[in-house]
Design a protein around this ligand. Sequence first.
Ligand SMILES: [Zn+2]
Length: 386
Amino acid sequence: MFNYKCTSCGKDYGRDEVRYLCPACSKDYKPGMPLKGVLTAEFDYDEIRAKFSKDNPDLNLFSAVEKEFYPEFFHGNTPFHKSARLSGLTGFDNLYIKNDSLNPSGSYKDRASFLVVAEAIRIKEEKIVAASTGNAASSLAAVCASAGKKALIFVPESAPKAKLLQMHVYGAEVVTVKGTYDEAFRMSMEYTEKNGGLNRNTAYHPLTIEGKKTSALEMYVQNGFKAPNAVLVPVGDGVIISGVYKGFYDLKMCGLIEKIPRLICVQSESSNAIHNFIESGVYKDAANPATVADSISVKTPSNAYMARNAVVSTDGFSVTVRDEDIMKAQKTLAGNTGIYAEPSSSAVLTGLLKAKNNFDNKEQIVLLITGSGLKDTAATAKYLNG
Ligand SMILES: [Zn+2]
């Protein structure tokens, strides 16, 4: 069906030969470093092309797990539409929104959780473990609930209350960590190394990237079988932007599109490790990643290498934004589209406005909205009252 290819050394592995990273490239890995040896799934693109029909487009042809293993969790197929009001306000004639806040758990992460849980069903793992800033965990808890699997979550105690509540109401086992996301990541890795279970950590499990590619496939279909010109993506760990890249890459490999859209990385000014890596080519942790946009607050982004490649190889660029501008954008977005996005997602509108001169006002630009504002109302309240 597919082979894994190491993004660091290029070595191929059979689907069931490896589970997480390329063993050769990850042998010196320790938590606290961006991951090396992240695997990517390479399909038989000629076969997909032969089966793909525009009359009845079946996006499951691109899936790394067979349909028979899918949990009963209905996500994706989120709205993709032009916003005339936002276009008018910003001066861009073709400004589009892909609204992934409408997934069942309220975030883009449902795409990755779905595929990893499908994989757990396929390989008969009962427990799925993850570290998260909040959204990936509440999403994993939701998908596990739908499949009758156990979710074990490591999450910083500072995660927004609504996200913590979600994990509990879905029935997950939750370990709150006195520390940052990076600390939760380390603990979850130690747990699966010692006790087993399937680790869903973002990028560490290659199917998180595969799951996150599906928004690109959907946009292609929803856009009349065309790729847009540019997509702005909020970036923390770098996995969503790598997933969006992979979706368009698959379409290009099948000959269905000619060019992958320019991918624009939007980070918070303080959580800027990938931004600096894109600009300088030299990787360094973010010194102090504290930001109102909790979903993209990361000191050591696990998928820094792939994220940089997604931006550089598509002639994209990176921009950082300030917290106060993110919160202004949240209100602008909500007040002009009816979409209440969480701070990380509102950041893409700020990024567009800040980098205005890097776009042509006729090109088709997409703002990727990855999470609902209802998951962190405290951030909004603080800004509105402040
Ligand atoms: Zn390798």
